[in-house]
Design a binder for this molecule. Structure first.
Ligand code: SF4
Ligand code: SF4
Length: 70
């Protein structure tokens, strides 16, 4: 299984609002007990970029893996 995108979380910026979790169509993300987002299922990511687009705090980045078909 090839990953479609590399998800990077800047934990210091994340406030755990859950917006990215709600907009992710593949349930890749979740918020932990410390109110920080984490990647619970990297292989499910389709690289749509919604998490990066919707985060109000620029705390998450979706970098498409070169050559990956979406
Ligand atoms: S939208 Fe941004 S601030 Fe909110 S939980 Fe996701 S990464 Fe954290
Ligand atoms: S790029 Fe899309 S599928 Fe991947 S974690 Fe972000 S919202 Fe979810």
């Amino acid at each position: 299984m090839h990953l479609k995108a590399t998800i990077t979380v800047k934990k210091l910026r994340c406030k755990g609002c859950g917006i990215c979790v709600a907009f992710c169509p593949k349930h890749v993300l979740a918020v932990d007990a410390l109110s920080k987002v984490f990647i619970r299922d990297a292989e499910a990511c389709i690289g749509c970029g919604q998490c990066e687009l919707r985060c109000p705090d620029y705390a998450i980045f979706a970098d498409k893996v070169k050559g990956a078909a979406v």
